[in-house]
Design a protein. Sequence first.
Length: 302
Amino acid sequence: MSTTPRTVNATILSLLALMFTAAPLLGQDLADILKKGVLRHLAIPYANFYTGRGDGLDVELVRGFAKELGVRYELVETTWQNIFGDLTGRNARRAGDTAEFLDRVPIRGDIIANGMTILPWRKQIVRFSTPTFPSGVWLVARADSELKPIKPSGRLEEDIAQVKAQLKGHTVLALPSTCLDPGLYGMNKTGAIIKVQSPGRKLNELVPAILNNDAEATLLDVPDALIALARWPGKIKVIGPISPRQVMAAAFRPDSPELLATFNRYFAKISSNGIYQQMVKKYYPTVFRYSADFFATPPDGQ
């Protein structure tokens, strides 16, 4: 069979298309990062993990990791819609109990760290580090709301049931494809009027929204709720838990096992010598009152 120039050109074009399609999937593991001399930190402005002003708990954590590796630290700001694509080369979102993989995109970073909650569907996309921060989802309402803070029973499941029993007919803000996704917590069975926010809305905009009477209450995770209670004293109240206990962690590409293992060793070191607890105290001074058991070595003064 003879090969015509047209056939050769078509073959070359097909190979080039395949190469460019696969290119975004090519990530970097530890050796590549050391060779390139830079660690790219993907972060979304959120609470005090990344304030949006160049600082935050996870900024200090990853900056210290880059220093430990002997490479330059680079902060790459992203969004909840794009964060998994920026890390892995393929966008993704929650679809029921699983992850739905979407379009392929260029990789922009090597590690996600901005208070990301470990959720089952996310574990299908990335590999999580050792847990770095305690969390959970609370229902937070305006101070003038008819919703009443529960009396803790000592059993988390019972406390969650107490909160949900109050929700019929009340408006609640929620944010899809985040830890505040109402589908994760059976909110459709509570009788609440769920106001699902657009994916472009930021987590730190939810409390201002209820104070603006966009809704009576909102789902909020524990770290953000602690910040909100300090920022708007007397204007909001915690009704109680909506989720079981959760934890947050840094996230890595599945093809970066050495980078993940090295980060875990670094985190173990700064946790055992108290450096990490001092970072936490700087950005979340009240968290030790709620989750002292999570931090093996509390900072001095706690």
